[in-house]
Structure formats: C-alpha cells, structure tokens
Design a protein around this ligand. Structure first.
Ligand SMILES: Nc1nc2c(ncn2[C@@H]2O[C@H](COP(=O)(O)OP(=O)(O)OP(=O)(O)O)[C@@H](O)[C@H]2O)c(=O)[nH]1
Ligand SMILES: [Mg+2]
Length: 309
C-alpha cells in the first residue's frame, strides 16, 4: 500500500536550522542523544521509579538507544545499553525520565473556560499542554483519565463533540487544553476551515504552550491526515508528543487487523526520517488507564523544565 505523504522538507530545512519559534523550550528539537556521562541527578526524582520498570518480554515496541527521547539536561553514557536505561524509560514509551519529573500527581482539576480565539484564552501565564487529534480519537477521554474524573471533559461516540479551546486548570498551576478534532468529514465546510484557522493560530501564537500532545488511534492503521498533522507541527517547530490511544482494542490477527503495537511501529516508521530526533511517544488507553501515570510524569518533566528556563 502506498501512503501519500505531504511531509515537505522537514529534515534539512527545518530541523537543522536555528529555531525561530516563540516557544521557550523545544523538547522535540534537541540534538540526537548526547553521548556523555549520565548525571547522577536522574535519580533525584521524587517520583517512585520502581513501578516504571518494564520486564523485557513485555516491551511492546522495540526501542533502540537512538530512538529514545532524552529530555534536556539528561546525559546518557556513551556505552549505555537500552537494558541499563530500562528502569529510567517510562513504561510503554520511548521517554527517559529526567530530574525534572516531579510533582506529577493531579490533586485538583477544574474547567476554566471555552475560547474560540487565542486572544480569549486565560492569561494567567501558567504552562499548558494541548490535546489534539482526529475527531473521536479519544482526546476528552484521555483528559478525564488524567484527572481521574468521568465527565470533566465531555465525550461522545459521535465525532465533533468538542468545538472550542477548552482550558482545565490543574493544581492551580498548569492547564490541560481540550481541542476539537480534525478530519471530521461530516462537519460543515465552513466549520472545518474555521477549525483550521483557530487551532493553528492557537498553536502558533500561544507562548505558554509547552507541548502539543498529538493523539493517534493505535487500534487502526496510520491515516495520512495524522501524518500530515505531525508534519505540520514539525514544520512549524511546535514541540510535540505522540500519544497512541485505544491500545486496549486488540483485533484478532486472523481477521486481518493489526495489534496496537504493530500500528505504533508502522506509524513511527512512517514519520522517522522527517525528524532529526525521535519525538517522544507513549502508548495509552483511557479504558484501562494504561499510560496515565507515565503521561503525567512526562508532562511534569516538560513543565518543570519550562518553568526553569
Ligand atoms: N476502547 C477505547 N475507547 C475509547 C478510548 N478513548 C476513547 N474511547 C471512545 O472513543 C469515543 C470518542 O472519545 P472522545 O474522548 O469523545 O473523543 P474526542 O477525540 O474527544 O472526540 P471529539 O471531541 O469529537 O474530537 C468514545 O466513545 C470513547 O468512549 C480508549 O482508550 N479505548
Ligand atoms: Mg472531545
């Protein structure tokens, strides 16, 4: 099968040039693994790491050293093997823990406001993470799973439920942002154009946006629109983490369906080569809460680094 990709010039034109983006941090754009001595500071994280260790046979996707996401200020010894780093890799992801992974727990979560324009978004200056992805991919469900509430963000079987930029304040110090989905064929044309305009404007002009969390449905094969979206974020130097959703949906192989980890591998293979460094990614399910603690730790390390720089 040939997937037509519109992934223009990412490699040399964007990722190898100096950043022009307004964002404070560029977690996706840090150079490939720096091969220095690992800092002992990694072990200073206040989060327990014992439950993050993954026995080798359970590794869902093969991760080589080059494919790890190494947060800034985290050095890796030149002779490190994936095995020696295993206890520091977040389960079901390619993300290494850094010294900034602390205060990850959600104690308080509240809806703040819905905005249709970037200028109308809250002006508290708190760091924020935006959940974006195709309609029905599970953005609102993931938000509810992260904050351990059933209906803080409204979900629906019908695509197109979320229509605005919705800000949720967490622990009175940071925001989770629920966005409408793209690729909803049944939405009126004007609405789709509008969506493009207002969400893209939000990504480009929101200085407190620490990272976009791009949700990809792992229960189905890669969709060109998702690849295009990842490409657009990369091209515009917007920091991105890939969240693979619905990993609880395991189709039987004999029915021709692929397992989530196979779809994840396929997706990563398709985008590899367009990014200088492997983007961070995590496998999740809002039904089993797989990946919930890992996402929160990842958000914490991005946030704490962002606050310090
Ligand atoms: N099996 C399974 N179903 C899920 C998961 N996450 C979401 N769903 C279901 O997928 C449907 C869509 O979920 P939403 O969270 O509303 O999706 P959304 O991305 O916010 O959709 P829009 O707001 O329309 O863009 C609902 O029926 C959810 O119950 C998951 O991890 N596993
Ligand atoms: Mg939604």
């Amino acid at each position: 099968m040939v997937v037509l990709l519109h992934l223009p010039r990412l490699h040399s034109a964007v990722f190898l040039t100096k950043s022009l983006s307004p964002y404070k941090t560029h977690f996706n754009l840090i150079p490939k693994l720096r091969r220095h001595v690992i800092k002992s500071t990694l072990s200073t994280t206040s989060e327990p790491t014992h439950n993050l260790t993954l026995p080798e046979e359970e590794t869902p996707v093969q991760i080589s050293l080059e494919k790890l996401f190494v947060p800034p200020e985290t050095d890796v010894p030149s002779d490190a093997s994936t095995l020696s780093l295993r206890s520091r890799i977040l389960k079901g992801s390619n993300i290494l823990l850094s010294k900034y992974a602390r205060d990850a727990q959600v104690m308080q979560a509240e809806f703040v406001k819905s905005s249709v324009k970037t200028q109308d978004c809250p002006s508290d200056g708190f760091p924020e993470f935006a959940l974006v992805g195709r309609s029905n991919v599970g953005k609102s469900s993931l938000l509810n799973s992260l904050v351990r509430r059933k209906r803080l963000a409204l979900t629906s079987k019908k695509p197109g439920k979320t229509q605005c930029i919705n800000h949720f304040r967490i622990n009175d110090s940071w925001f989770l942002v629920d966005l409408p989905g793209y690729g909803y064929a049944a939405a009126p044309h004007e609405l789709r154009i509008d969506w493009q305009k207002f969400t893209k404007d939000y990504f480009l002009n929101r200085p407190t946006l620490v990272s976009v969390f791009l949700l990809i449905d792992a229960s189905i094969p890669a969709k060109p629109i998702d690849l295009e979206y990842a490409s657009w974020l990369g091209e515009n130097q917007i920091p991105m983490t890939l969240i693979f959703t619905k990993c609880d949906k395991r189709k039987k192989k004999k029915n021709g369906g692929k397992r989530p980890e196979e779809n994840v591998n396929d997706f990563l293979d398709l985008i590899r080569g367009f990014f200088q460094a492997e983007p961070p990614w995590i496998m999740t399910s809002s039904v089993t809460n797989q990946g919930r603690d890992e996402i929160l730790l990842h958000m914490a390390q991005l946030r704490n680094y962002w606050l310090k720089h």
